[in-house]
Design a protein around this ligand. Structure first.
Ligand SMILES: [Zn+2]
Ligand SMILES: [Zn+2]
Length: 258
């Protein structure tokens, strides 16, 4: 069993259709577990391309309810009920901010029984948004705190048994909560939706991302969630003016080991 964490970018884009960048989805494989963070439409097929079968997924973490982060939840449930090849009997956990149960009920009222999780095979857990939380998902510890994006948006920090940690910001504007939770993380996967000078409210620019990484003293920084104009702009220099550590621009199917 691996004693390192492998982080795979399944989709480095946004809601904007792009041939280069699929919508938001990341995956961690470590200690025999597979954790998926956010699920944009089409994620199951792209996970498969990365070598990850649907029935290997143990935990899905949802950062917030925007459709580009939740679009594959119904296809995931549907495929776990009706794929003839689906063999998994252990439950899959879906954790998300308060309100995720209501979102799931909404899916059922829209699609009917087709969207209803089967038996106890999918377990939904709501995470409080009003305060920081820390929960066990053995052998991992998963911390959350509310971010500045929507009333429910959460950032997740996943720490392995050897103390190594990776933080997934989800969508967020600049906020001190992000600095607090990212303190000394081995890897910060941080949204940076817009180029310098083209700030979009609720999202970050490269210099803001650099400020977060510097203040949190993270060991490595990955920027992701790029609108198409990011690919025509310098996303590195304005970030590295603030943060002198390694900055990586994510691409779909990129793999990083910590
Ligand atoms: Zn988004
Ligand atoms: Zn969003």
């Amino acid at each position: 069993m691996s004693s390192f964490m492998e982080i795979i970018t399944i989709g480095s884009g946004t809601c904007v259709p792009s041939l280069r960048r699929a919508g938001p989805c990341h995956c961690i494989r470590a200690y025999g577990f597979t954790i998926v963070i956010d699920m944009s439409a089409g994620s199951l097929r792209r996970l498969l391309r990365a070598g990850i079968r649907q029935d290997e997924i143990d935990l899905i973490l949802i950062t917030h309810f925007h459709p580009d982060h939740t679009g594959e939840i119904v296809p995931f449930i549907f495929a776990s009920k009706y794929s003839p090849s689906y063999k998994r009997t252990k439950p899959v956990f879906i954790w998300g901010p308060e309100g995720i149960s209501r979102l799931m009920e909404g899916f059922i009222s829209a699609w009917g029984e087709w969207a209803a999780p089967q038996d106890d095979r999918i377990v939904i857990e709501e995470i409080p948004v009003s305060m920081p939380t820390s929960q066990q998902f053995p052998p991992f510890v998963i911390d959350t705190i509310h971010t500045k994006h929507t009333p429910q948006s959460l950032v997740y920090k996943i720490t392995g048994p050897d103390g190594k940690s990776v933080v997934f910001s989800g969508d967020t504007d600049f906020c001190n909560e992000l600095i607090d939770i990212s303190k000394d993380a081995d890897l910060l996967v941080l949204e940076c939706a817009a180029p310098e000078g083209r700030k979009v409210q609720g999202h970050m620019t490269p210099s803001e991302a650099g400020k977060i990484a510097k203040r949190a003293r993270v060991k490595r920084l990955v920027l992701t969630h790029f609108y198409p104009n990011c690919d025509r702009s310098d996303m590195i220099d304005p970030c590295q003016e603030r943060y002198q550590g390694p900055v990586i621009l994510s691409e779909d199917m990129m793999r990083i080991v910590i």
